[in-house]
Design a protein around this ligand. Structure first.
Ligand code: 0O2
Length: 210
């Protein structure tokens, strides 16, 4: 695939990421206008950089002509929640939507990865309106708590720095940090009602003073 083609190839993926970010941020705003706790803390998204696509394609022996079908995270959107329980709510919201089709789900929370990684992944087939007609692209939606996101972000940087070969002593610390992140989620779940009550009071006050 020539350099010039990457831009054209990735255009529908960029469009999908931007649209889904707007939509999910809109869901958060809708929650904020109610007295309900919002299960969405923040939303991010990215299109995989070409260098990462090439690395992953080489690692997984994916021919470039098959990228659209075989590399499911060319477009990635992430929904970050406060509590583990919010993840179930977000999954429920996603399953009820009609603007995309969920084609697979991976639960790395019930069954964490050997690295310690925890997150819930959905692969979506999302229709993008292009000038040449509708094009359906795959999007990986990652749903995780703030705590899971903190750990994964740090681990991702270290994996990048050490090209996947993280030294044993740092790996040991990362495993311990993964356990600490798990316990943080557990502890926060226990005081969830208290926290949500406090947040409701703060939001109501902020809305009154507007
Ligand atoms: P980037 O830079 O985020 O784009 P598999 O062979 O099944 O493990 P696959 O098919 O790519 O891998 O799917 P999977 O496991 O669902 O992983 C897709 C993405 O999830 C990764 O993309 C990461 O974003 C995240 N992820 C998966 N495992 C880990 C992990 O151990 N640590 C961290 N920090 N993130 C993880 P990429 O392509 O790896 O990277």
């Amino acid at each position: 695939m020539e350099l010039l083609d990457w831009d054209a190839f990735l255009t529908p993926y960029k469009q999908a990421v931007e649209e889904l970010k707007v939509k999910f941020k809109g869901t958060r705003e809708q929650y904020q206008k109610t007295s309900l706790h919002t299960p969405i803390e923040f939303v991010t998204g990215r299109v995989k950089p070409v260098s990462s696509i090439l690395n992953k394609a080489a690692r997984k022996q994916i021919p470039l002509e098959q990228l659209a079908d075989k590399m499911q995270d060319l477009a990635g959107v992430r929904i970050v929640t406060q509590f583990v329980e919010d993840i179930d709510k977000v999954i429920e919201l996603m399953r009820a939507r009609s603007d995309f089709e969920i084609i697979s789900e991976r639960d790395y929370i019930q069954k964490k990865k050997p690295s310690g990684y925890r997150s819930y992944h959905l692969i979506l087939r999302y229709p993008v309106q292009m000038i040449e007609g509708e094009k359906k692209v795959l999007v990986e939606l990652q749903i995780r708590t703030l705590s899971m996101n903190f750990w994964a972000t740090i681990e991702h940087s270290l994996r990048y720095k050490y090209s996947g070969e993280i030294p044993e002593d740092i790996n040991m610390r990362l495993q311990r940090a993964a356990e600490a992140a798990f316990w943080l989620d557990e502890e926060m779940s226990i005081i969830r009602d208290e926290v949500q009550e406090a947040q409701r009071i703060i939001t109501a006050k902020q809305q009154q003073s507007r």
